[in-house]
Write a protein that binds this ligand. Structure first.
Ligand code: PEP
Ligand code: MN
Length: 459
């Protein structure tokens, strides 16, 4: 068993007693206080019913009865809060989940990195260009990306603008789903207009046809509809980084006798903010939401056991998801010790592989990219290591977009470093494009193999 850590006196602002990594310094304290007070009065973005429903889905995935697909941008931006972008993200998540459902023969729980993924951790507090140093860009929730002194000053009003964008995003997603957009009978709604001919899309349409035939068959013989559309069929997740934002929407629900973070269904603790004595762990331990912890090569077995004992002291099912991101080179060495350490705690956890963040590299001209082969290799190794240890890999966490970008190299079209400049839109980490994301989904579903190359054609 891990060491017992006793902590008491939690409240939504108790994290303020601890060192808080990755927080912005706001020069105008009264303006910040006003923004936090405003946000604290506004209605929640999600409800505790939805949060608890997701926890229940995650506990099923922990038992091997479901698979979790988490995906979306590295960072959402206020500018990209548009109908087209939201629909494209929804479509790619729905298409991938359909492929995975078909191949894995298990329910797929869809969780978007969306509706609040606006704050980013940074490796340095300042950025220097041509001898001029300014505060780093920390995401649209904090300041603006353009390199001017005025734009880089953390602006408290952006907390409110972020809350509004998150609410607008989720409102649109919910309306689409309630209106029948996610209905399995109409997968044609999910086609992306720009895709046109692509072997991935062809493969996908074959699967859709086969599912439609099975649905028709089952409904004919049973006389009932097989699939009912459900509210909150797509859950929202973001890194719980900006603690004043998270705190402001943390509410005590008498009915449940627990505190909930109602900015999102599923917040996660990033790699840089998981210190045991840090503010993030203090904040997260008090909320009832299911939560993720990112685990990289710096994590030790003892540290992970301590995190589990503080974040899930009662071994509650559905509560903890461990998102490992070791990189394809380190996973075989690092993951087994983590699985052993977790086992000793007795806590159920959901293991999810993030094959993106451990495989980031720079091209000769300094462009941040990820190689498709490394992403797929880490995923395959993750499945293999878990299986060999009698553990279950129950999900995947990806940075992806439904748009036609060129940010990661490789994949069926064999994108090279030279292709990156063509459509590189991310201001932070590189994302899988539509075809690369579908190929990952097909690999997970066991439907597509490395040698099935698409003839190289420029998009
Ligand atoms: C991220 O998910 O974008 C991120 C910053 O990840 P990590 O904390 O794993 O580095
Ligand atoms: Mn990222």
């Amino acid at each position: 068993m891990s060491r017992t850590i006793t902590k008491t006196d939690w409240h939504p602002a108790s994290w303020q007693r601890m060192p808080a990594a990755q927080q912005a310094s706001y020069p105008d304290q009264p303006a910040l206080d006003r923004a936090v007070a405003d946000l604290s009065r506004l209605p929640p973005i999600v409800t505790s019913w939805e949060v608890d429903a997701l926890k229940d889905h995650i506990s099923k995935a922990q038992r091997g009865e479901a698979f979790v697909l988490q995906g979306g941008d590295c960072a959402e931006t206020f500018d990209e809060c548009t109908s087209e972008n939201i629909v494209a993200k929804l479509k790619i998540l729905l298409q991938m989940s359909l492929v995975m459902l078909y191949g894995l023969k298990k329910p797929v729980v869809r969780v978007g990195r969306m509706a609040g993924q606006y704050a980013k951790p940074r490796s340095a507090d300042t950025e220097t260009r041509a001898g001029n140093s300014l505060p780093s860009f920390r995401g649209d929730l904090v300041n603006r990306s353009s390199f001017t002194a005025a734009d880089r000053i953390p602006d408290p009003q952006m907390i409110l603008r972020g809350y509004e964008r998150a609410a607008l995003t989720l409102n649109f997603v919910r309306s689409l789903i309630d209106g029948g957009f996610a209905d399995l009978h109409h997968p044609e709604y999910w086609d992306l207009g720009w895709v046109g001919h692509s072997a991935m899309a062809d493969e996908y349409h074959e699967i859709v046809k086969s599912i439609s035939n099975s649905l028709d068959f089952l409904e004919t013989i049973s006389g009932e509809a097989v699939h009912k559309t459900q509210r909150a069929d797509i859950y929202a997740a973001h890194e719980g980084l900006h603690l004043l934002y998270e705190q402001s929407q943390t509410r005590y629900l008498d009915r449940r006798e627990r505190w909930y973070n109602l900015t999102t269904h599923f917040p996660w603790i990033g790699m840089r903010t998981a210190a045991m004595d840090g503010a993030h762990v203090e904040y997260f331990r008090g909320i009832a939401n299911p939560m993720g912890i990112k685990i990289g090569p710096g994590m030790t077995g003892e540290w992970l056991q301590d995190l589990i004992s503080v974040l899930n002291p009662n071994n509650e099912p559905g509560r903890l998801t461990l998102i490992h991101r070791f990189g394809s080179k380190a996973i075989e060495e690092c993951l087994p010790d983590m699985i052993t350490a977790v086992r000793e705690t007795g806590s159920p956890v959901l293991w999810v592989c993030d094959p993106m963040h451990g495989n980031t590299e720079s091209t000769a001209d300094g462009t941040k990219t990820r190689r498709f082969d490394n992403i797929v290799s880490e995923l395959e190794l993750a499945f293999r290591v878990h299986e060999s240890m009698g553990s279950y890999l129950g999900g995947v966490h990806l940075e992806l977009t439904g748009e036609n970008v060129t940010e990661c190299t490789g994949g069926a079209r064999g994108l090279t470093d030279g292709d990156l400049a063509r459509a590189y839109k991310s201001t932070v980490d590189p994302r899988l494009n539509y075809e690369q994301a579908m190929e990952v989904a097909m690999r997970i579903a066991g439907l597509h193999h490395a040698n099935a190359k698409i003839s190289r054609k420029k998009t």
